[in-house]
Design a protein around this ligand. Structure first.
Ligand SMILES: NC(=O)c1ccc[n+]([C@@H]2O[C@H](COP(=O)([O-])OP(=O)(O)OC[C@H]3O[C@@H](n4cnc5c(N)ncnc54)[C@H](OP(=O)(O)O)[C@@H]3O)[C@@H](O)[C@H]2O)c1
Length: 220
């Protein structure tokens, strides 16, 4: 069974993802920043690797991993300097390592407005620009990709239902971290998700069905 390196495993999406992968018995290596985090991850059944995206990424972190999920981020409390270092440059370094290690799928947790930062929320334009260029680097890398562009994240419980169609009402352009984690598991498990870019919002279609519909829609 494929092993997945999860970068940002101790984050709010990351922890839920590790939990779901452990339940599904999917082999996983959690990239984390300190030893206390390792105990939680190991209890869940994940291997751990300590690394900081602001440093060069070691080959051992990627060794034996078939897939990579990038769900790290500098967060809203730091300045644009950290957004460049983590959300852009950290992602670029991870993509380059994925290319070097010939991974079969790189799942990028991007953002709703990464496709068009010019028309996104002005206050986080710098963030959307970083996400835009991280996605572009992935698209041009030759690494098989799945790019997920969720709306604003909430801490609501999982519903198991989403839409990939952007709702007109901005207040509805949201999705729970729990549902994003479930979407990642879905995409890791299905080859149709390779080389796809989808926005993700709360919705009323079961996750698996929503992805099938999105793929069929693109194929016409
Ligand atoms: N917030 C939103 O509305 C929104 C919308 C769309 C997309 N997103 C994206 O969704 C993703 C995950 O969101 P989330 O809520 O799960 O974020 P989160 O809870 O802030 O988790 C971010 C993770 O990144 C890790 N990280 C930060 N700096 C790092 C570094 N230098 N080296 C290694 N790891 C580092 C953090 O490590 P520690 O645990 O050690 O701090 C944390 O585990 C992010 O990429 C974010 O940009 C967010």
């Amino acid at each position: 069974m494929d092993k997945t390196l999860v970068i940002g495993a101790n984050g709010q999406i990351g922890k839920q993802l590790i939990g779901l992968m452990a339940l599904a018995k999917m082999p996983v290596r959690a990239m984390i920043r300190n030893q206390e985090q390792a105990q939680i991850m190991e209890k869940l059944g994940a291997e751990t690797y300590l690394a900081d995206l602001e440093q060069p990424l070691p080959d051992e972190a990627f060794a034996d991993c078939d897939k990579v999920v990038f769900t790290a981020g500098s967060g809203g409390k730091t300045g644009p300097d950290k957004t460049i270092l983590i959300d852009l440059w950290g992602a670029v370094k991870a993509i380059d390592m994925a290319h070097k290690h010939k991974v079969k799928q790189f799942v990028m947790i991007s953002s709703r407005d990464a496709g068009d930062p010019e028309n996104g929320t002005p206050a986080i334009k710098h963030y959307n620009i970083c996400k835009h260029f991280a996605d572009k680097h992935l698209l041009e890398s030759g690494v098989p990709y799945t790019i997920m562009r969720p709306g604003r994240l909430t801490d609501d419980a999982a519903t198991g239902r989403i839409t990939t169609q952007r709702p007109l009402n901005k207040d509805e352009q949201i999705i729970s971290r729990a549902d994003v984690a479930a979407c990642i598991v879905q995409c890791l498990d299905h080859s149709e998700a390779i080389n796809q870019i989808d926005e993700l919002y709360q919705g009323d279609m079961p996750i698996a069905e929503a992805f099938i519909k999105a793929v069929r829609g693109r194929l016409g």
